[in-house]
Design a protein around this ligand. Structure first.
Ligand code: NDP
Ligand code: DGY
Length: 328
């Protein structure tokens, strides 16, 4: 008697680099269905796509909640996210259902740290303002008091969340002549000695730093961490940089701090929502530099992320060890 062969189905929520797709097609173990667009999959299509799928490859912009998990019925074995951050997924619910999760730590650390340094320098030295002045004719002559900013040499830098990326940022900033490197988080880090990092309470970090860099994960504890109280403790000459997640910052409070001169300037690679509406008050401020969440955006990093997330997905489908499994 002929028995119907079970087809393993996976759904990918966006067009991803070819490197990842190639791995999945060459493996020949699953039928891939792809939302073949650079734009996010509409919710209804996501729910349709996951129905009956055994695996899901998603992005940080996809909300993976109970509704999505329910829509996948009983088949789900693995979710692979093309990101290191996992705050877009209902982890408690995922755990309850015994679904394995793959993610992309380490491979994007260098690119994100590099972008953070670029954003810090661009913000502190007012590069976007300078570029605009050159284009619009505001550059009349060399002026001793024009477009001055803040330098890293001799400064105190505070890193909130000295994890993989926080540490990579610290390593890159130290050679600029940073005098003191403070960090805060839930635990002191044994590798902090490499950057002469000093573990301090958050309040100390906020009030003593010339540059405050946020590189922690978004969790219930860090949500809204950078609020009015936080900005009030910062120096008036301090620079605030966030490349973690937008929701770590209370943006109304940040706007007040920037517009009132409570802090000097801010550079954000991440916002709430994303994209930030073009009429958002933060975009009216010269002392706020906003980037469109491009921390890991180098060609090679995105290719490697795609490979890793494809390999995580395959391992999840086959019940083998994942190259990067999230343990939770
Ligand atoms: P890690 O897990 O290595 O680091 C996360 C850090 O967050 C840890 O040092 C942890 O400190 C800290 N943290 C957790 N809870 C708190 C808390 N309550 N207060 C202060 N710190 C806390 O992750 P990565 O370094 O690889 O990535 C960090 C984040 O960066 C990601 O979660 C993601 O959101 C973001 N990201 C953004 C990118 C971009 O494009 N802008 C690119 C890649 C990542 P402790 O160990 O003490 O708990
Ligand atoms: C992540 O991986 O969490 C980033 O935000 C994008 O690379």
């Amino acid at each position: 008697m002929h028995t119907a062969q079970k087809i393993t189905k996976v759904f990918i929520t966006r067009r991803i680099p070819q490197e990842g797709l190639k791995i999945l097609s060459q493996a020949g173990v699953c039928k891939v269905s792809l939302w073949d667009s650079d734009e996010p999959v509409p919710r209804a299509e996501l729910l349709k796509g996951v129905a009956g799928a055994h695996g899901l490859l998603c992005l940080l912009s996809d909300k993976i909640d109970t509704e999505v998990l329910d829509a996948a019925d009983m088949y789900y074995t693995v979710i692979s996210t093309l990101s290191v951050g996992f705050d877009h997924m209902a982890m408690d619910e995922i755990k309850k259902r015994g679904v394995r999760v793959g993610y992309t730590p380490d491979v994007l650390t260098d690119a994100t740290a590099e972008l953070t340094v670029a954003l810090l320098l661009a913000t502190a030295r007012r590069l976007p303002e300078g570029v605009v002045e050159v284009i619009n004719g505001g550059w009349s002559t060399w002026k001793p008091l024009w477009l001055c900013g803040y330098g890293l040499s001799g400064s105190t830098v505070g890193v909130i969340g000295l994890g993989r990326i926080g540490m990579a940022i610290a390593r890159r900033l130290k050679p600029f002549g940073v005098k003191k490197l403070l960090y805060s988080g839930r635990t002191a880090k044994s590798n902090a000695a490499e950057v002469e990092g000093e573990y301090v309470p958050l309040d100390t970090l906020v009030s003593e730093s010339d540059f405050v860099v946020v590189s922690c994960a978004l969790t219930p504890d860090t949500q809204g961490l950078c609020n009015k109280d936080f900005f009030c403790k910062m120096k008036n000459t301090a620079v605030f940089i966030n490349t973690s997640r937008g929701a770590v910052v209370n943006q109304e409070d940040l706007y007040q701090a920037l517009s009132s001169g409570q802090i000097a300037c801010a550079g954000l690679d991440v916002t709430t929502p994303e994209p930030l509406p073009t009429d958002h008050p933060l975009l009216t401020l010269k002392n706020c530099v906003v980037l469109p969440h491009i921390g890991s955006a180098t060609y090679s990093t995105r290719g490697i992320m795609a490979e890793l997330s494809a390999n995580n997905l395959l391992a999840g489908l086959q019940g083998t060890d994942m190259p990067s499994e999230l343990k939770f």
